[in-house]
Every structure is written in structure tokens, then in C-alpha cells.
Design a protein around this ligand. Structure first.
Ligand SMILES: NC(=O)c1ccc[n+]([C@@H]2O[C@H](COP(=O)([O-])OP(=O)(O)OC[C@H]3O[C@@H](n4cnc5c(N)ncnc54)[C@H](O)[C@@H]3O)[C@@H](O)[C@H]2O)c1
Length: 434
């Protein structure tokens, strides 16, 4: 099939490559010309496992092309995917202005029947909104159908998840568009769930809010574990053996971040409010998370009382390992709070996007772990990169002013920690002052 994907971000790029890999002709439209140029040269614009290989495979086989020119892309495609950003607004509403812009743009080029697929995460009712917009733009109803096809990939495993997802959700309102989606997804051999557009839109928010709640739940258990001397990993492991609970999303830490959970939980609360439903559980999951990401700062304030002039090392800036994405990363909130208390920050992350430098222009970015540790009063591990779990802990004793470790992701081996002269704080695995 001829496919057009609009937006070459985390979702649009992976979606384009996934369809290209399965033999479709894909044109991916991106308004950022720098991204277009890089991608056409085979240079990935984001860090993701197996992305570079897949990008080059699809470029060589001539199944993908990146462009700024939406005109040709829309005209020559049977199916148009919208994969642009839907950021949150200050009142927790979802800003769908990028979707509106794309719909207005494609309205000019709907020369014959096309299926317009919304892959962005959008509030319930957006499918109807897009239909209304197209009709208002003078497009006759027989020239399009709209599908809601939310994306469930995880950053860090995005390529794998797109090609091997647990399910594909398709909200549809015409048999013709349903059949086209069935054909398009057939080679993926993934369970397809066909439903109403409103249900498809809601499934995405409900899934993310559920997972976010699971994380906040285990984080509260972890905080209790630290008080009562229980080990959260054992608690989570034994809970997870119950198939109804499952071991997934049961890792305690300094909370969730990224471009999805924080905004999608808030969006669900707002969607509920607008429909007379108060999402008390999701509200609490958000509140727990906002407190959890500042646990390291609370530990430090308790210990030092005064953080002014104290040197702090932040290991890990991305919201999780396997990605360069820093959006809503707990480390950003920790850095902001430490700076507010007058601490001096040195940070290290080999993959974090450069954008961080514009957020915190005045902190020191180190090129390796060792440099970041020299003369530091404390190191806070904020991301579960393997490089940190494999750290030789003798270096902490040698290089730091005071070898205090706050392991915000529980990545260090407790057996190793106990061998060194460290002051070690974990999230629910106990604290060790050796
Ligand atoms: N990132 C994830 O893990 C993930 C997972 C599932 C769903 N989602 C959802 O998918 C959507 C996209 O997320 P993302 O992380 O890929 O966003 P992103 O910000 O990384 O990418 C969006 C891209 O769209 C481009 N764009 C915006 N308007 C455009 C236009 N008019 N023409 C061409 N290009 C345009 C931007 O330049 C950008 O490159 C969001 O709704 C998000 O909630 C994201």
C-alpha cells in the first residue's frame, strides 16, 4: 500500500519504518528539515535499539522516503497516518493544535478516497472532531474515512514493540476503512481489536493510566518497605508471581516520566471531569509520582540541612534507559529543586538529547562518570542505564568528597554496596551506612 505518515518523531518514525519493513511504500512528512535530511541519509534522529539498521534497510530497499512536502505525500497515498505531538496544557487539557494543523493541511490534497488514521494520543471525541473539520473544509464525506489507531510502543523498545505489539486497536466507523486496516496490519500477525472510535481513544488513556498507577502503587509500597525493613524487590517479585498482578511495571524508583504517562494520566483526569467522572485513583497516582521524584532531595535535606554550595552528581538524565528522551524525566525535577536550594550540579548521561542544555545552561555536563564524581558530596542515580549498574564502586570512595549514593532506580547490587565505605540510600531496599 502507499502510505503517508505525518510527523517523524518517536511514533511517526517507527510507524513509518514498521510499515516500510512490511513492503509498503511509505512517505514520511516532517516539518523539521534537519530531521528530514538526516533521516534520508540514514542517520537516526532519536536513540532506539535497532533503529539505525531498520532505517538503512528501508532506505536501501526504497520503501521509505522523508520529505517536507505534504502535497505529494498525501496525493500519492491510500492511507494517511497522523503522528504529531499532543502536549498537555497548563489545565491538563490536551493540546491538539498540531492535529488540527495537519488536518487543515491535508484537506487541500484529498483528491480521492483516503483513510486518515490518527496515531497520536488524542482525547475521546477527536475522531468526530476531525470528521467535522474535514467537512467544514469542504471535503465531501465519500472522500475519506477516519480511523483511531492509538500507539502503545514503549520508548527504548519502540522498534520491537511496533513490530511485535500485544494488540493493535482500531476504532472505525465504516466497513471499507476496517478492511483496509485489516489488510495493512495482516503481515504483523498481531491481535487486532476493532471497536468504536471513542473506545479506541479511551483504551490508550486507560492503559497508560493503569500502568502509571501500578508504578505509583509499588513506589508507595517501597516507601513503606524502607520504614519497616522489608525489601521491595522481594515484595514485588512475590506479588508479580500472581498472574493476575504480573511482574511488569513493579519496579520501585523515583517515579515515572516521559512524554506519555505524565500527560496521559492528567488528560484522563480532565476527560473524566468534562464527563462528570472524578478519577480519584489516577489523581492520586499523579500526586504520588510528583512526590516520589523528589525523594532524593528530601533525603539530602534531612542529611545536610543546607544544600547551598554542595556539589551533587546526577547520573542519568533520560526518563529511562534505552532512549535519549528527557521529556518529564524525574532528573529534571530533581536538578531544578537542587538548584533552588543552591546546590552545584554535575551531570552525566551518554545519550540524553541536547535539549537538556537549553533547560539547564548553568550546570556542568560531564563526558564520563568519573569526571562527574570528582569532589562530589552525593551521587544520585536517576536512570537505569546498564553503565551505572556496572559501576566500579571503589571509584566512589576514591573520587567523591563524601561517598553518598542515592540509588533512585535500585540498580546497584546490594552485595557490592556492602563491600565499600559508602552511605547508600535506595528506594525500598533499605539504606546502608557502612
Ligand atoms: N513517544 C512515545 O513513546 C509515544 C508512545 C505512544 C503514543 N505516543 C503519542 O504519539 C504522538 C506523537 O508522539 P511523539 O513522541 O512521536 O512526538 P514527537 O514530538 O517526538 O514527534 C512529533 C513530530 O511531528 C512533527 N510535526 C508536527 N507537526 C507537523 C506537521 N504539521 N507536519 C509535519 N510534521 C509535523 C514534529 O516536528 C515532530 O518531529 C503523541 O500524541 C504521543 O502522545 C507517543
Amino acid at each position: 500500500m502507499n502510505i503517508c505518515v505525518i510527523g517523524a518523531g518517536y511514533v511517526g518514525l517507527i510507524t513509518s519504518l514498521g510499515f516500510a519493513k512490511h513492503g509498503n511504500k511509505v512517505i514520511c512528512v516532517e516539518k523539521d528539515i534537519e530531521k528530514v535530511e538526516k533521516l534520508n541519509k540514514g542517520i537516526p534522529t532519536i536513540f532506539e535499539e535497532n533503529l539505525e539498521e531498520l532505517l538503512n534497510e528501508c532506505l536501501i530497499s526504497n520503501h521509505i522516503f522523508f520529505t517536507k512536502d505534504i502535497h505529494h505525500a498525501v496525493k500519492s497515498s491510500d492511507v494517511i497516518f497522523i503522528a504529531v505531538g499532543t502536549p498537555e496544557m497548563d489545565n491538563w487539557d490536551v493540546n491538539i493544535s498540531q492535529v488540527t494543523e495537519v488536518v487543515n493541511q491535508i484537506s487541500y490534497y484529498l483528491n480521492e478516497y483516503k483513510v486518515i488514521v490518527n496515531k497520536s494520543t488524542v482525547p475521546v471525541g477527536t475522531q468526530k472532531y476531525v470528521e467535522k473539520l474535514l467537512l467544514e473544509n469542504g471535503i465531501s464525506r465519500d472522500k475519506f474515512d477516519i480511523i483511531s489507531n492509538p500507539e502503545f510502543l514503549r520508548e527504548g523498545k519502540a522498534v520491537h514493540d511496533f513490530l511485535n505489539g500485544d494488540r493493535i486497536v482500531v476504532g472505525y466507523d465504516s466497513e471499507k476503512s476496517k478492511e483496509i486496516m485489516e489488510k495493512l496490519y495482516e503481515p504483523f500477525n498481531i491481535k487486532l481489536v476493532f471497536t468504536q472510535p471513542e473506545a479506541a481513544e479511551l483504551i490508550k488513556y486507560a492503559s497508560n493510566a493503569f500502568l502509571a498507577t501500578k508504578i505509583s502503587f509499588i513506589n508507595e509500597i517501597a516507601n513503606l518497605c524502607n520504614k519497616v525493613g522489608a525489601d521491595v524487590e522481594t515484595v514485588a517479585y512475590a506479588m508479580g508471581l500472581d498472574k493476575r498482578i504480573s511482574p511488569e511495571f513493579m519496579k520501585a524508583g523515583i517515579g515515572f516520566g516521559g512524554s506519555c504517562f505524565p500527560k496521559d494520566t492528567k488528560a484522563l483526569v480532565r476527560i473524566g471531569e468534562k464527563n462528570g467522572c472524578d478519577f480519584k485513583i489516577v489523581r492520586s497516582a499523579i500526586e504520588v509520582n510528583e512526590e516520589q521524584r523528589l525523594v532524593p532531595v528530601r533525603i539530602l535535606l534531612e542529611k545536610f540541612k543546607e544544600l547551598k554550595g554542595k556539589a551533587m552528581t546526577i547520573l542519568g538524565l533520560t526518563f529511562k534507559s534505552g532512549t535519549n528522551d528527557i521529556r518529564e524525566s524525574p532528573s529534571l525535577f530533581i536538578i531544578k529543586e537542587l538548584l533552588r536550594h543552591g546546590a552545584i550540579i554535575k551531570a552525566y548521561d551518554s545519550k540524553a538529547s541536547n535539549e537538556i542544555k537549553s533547560i539547564f545552561p548553568d550546570i556542568t555536563y560531564c563526558n564520563n562518570i568519573i569526571d562527574s564524581l570528582v569532589d562530589s558530596h552525593c551521587v544520585i542515580i536517576c536512570t537505569d542505564w546498564e553503565e551505572f549498574s556496572a559501576l566500579d564502586l571503589s571509584v566512589l570512595e576514591e573520587k567523591m568528597k563524601s561517598p553518598i549514593v542515592i540509588d533512585g532506580r535500585n540498580v546497584l547490587s546490594l552485595e557490592e554496596v556492602k563491600k565499600y565505605n559508602l552511605e547508600y540510600y535506595s528506594i525500598g531496599r533499605g539504606n546502608y551506612i557502612n
